[in-house]
Design a protein around this ligand. Structure first.
Ligand code: ZN
Length: 276
């Protein structure tokens, strides 16, 4: 799944590569998938995209919004898999969930893995979409300050009991994070995935805040994770410390073997010595 660093990379690459291109033909998928969401029919999509020009793309959490001028916004929500640019003359995938053909002979195709939304909105209405509307500040936005983070934790402590991993992966509490980057954030923060939020002391909160902001910034700098692909089908440069390949190997800090456990709907990788 694309998380904020991968979405940010895709947005930058769309701006550098696709901006200004005019759409000749827009098609929705030819490969039925239970968990792919569209908000218009193939005919509507074709009609609404024809002749539009690609405007600015931007990432917001795990959502990617691209303006199609005039007046529309294309939204990719919580997608994974491949979102690819194809230069004129390049071969195209036979299966796709979305395809834009441009007048210069280049193409954009999307093929999702697990799930994802491919939706087209009249400009402004995308802001009303569930999960986009009312989205909390993401770790790259100026509103995501230490004071905001502290308030967020205080607010959550009044509700159901949560853990450190829960804060990072549940309900878009910190939009843009997911199970992949959460592993490295917890490692840098020295927190066990099950560490109760209510038991974080001031120092741990500060360390967690720094780990979130720095890990996300680092992954963005490196063009996203190395287990995901960018617009040009190239893997990102951010190699995770804590992933399936790390299990049983020595922790880079203390040498203890990295462990794996299933927790909150996904695998966790952690050092039982460094993360308490
Ligand atoms: Zn360790």
């Amino acid at each position: 799944m694309f998380e904020l660093p991968e979405m940010t990379t895709q947005a930058k690459q769309i701006n550098a590569t696709l901006q200004g291109k005019t759409i000749k033909h827009g098609r929705l998928g030819n490969s039925p998938h239970k968990f792919v969401w569209y908000n218009c029919s193939p005919e509507e999509y074709e009609r609404l995209t024809r002749g539009k020009t690609v405007g600015e793309a931007r990432a917001k959490g795990r959502w990617l919004l691209t303006d199609l001028e005039p007046g529309c916004t294309l939204l990719f929500g919580e997608i994974g898999g491949k979102l690819l640019y194809h230069a004129p003359g390049a071969s195209l995938p036979t299966k796709y969930h979305l395809w834009l053909e441009f007048e210069d002979g280049s193409h954009l195709t999307a093929m999702t893995q697990m799930w994802g939304a491919y939706e087209l909105y009249k400009r402004g209405l995308e802001q009303e979409r569930q999960y986009v509307k009312g989205m909390r500040p993401t770790p790259v936005e100026p509103e995501f300050t230490p004071a905001y983070f502290s308030q967020l934790i205080d607010e959550l402590m009044r509700g159901e009991k949560r853990s450190a991993k829960g804060l990072l992966t549940q309900e878009q509490l910190i939009p843009g994070l997911g199970n992949a980057i959460a592993q490295d954030i917890l490692f840098h923060a020295g927190l066990h995935p099950r560490h109760p939020l209510a038991e974080l002391n001031a120092d741990q909160k500060q360390k967690l805040y720094r780990a979130i902001v720095q890990t996300v910034a680092d992954a963005i700098d490196k063009g996203g994770r190395s287990d995901e692909f960018d617009l040009f089908n190239q893997p990102g440069g951010y190699v995770r410390i804590m992933d399936s390949k790390a299990v049983g190997k020595p922790c880079p800090v203390c040498g203890t073997a990295i462990e794996k456990m299933q927790y909150l709907g996904g695998a966790c990788y952690f050092c039982s010595q460094c993360q308490a």
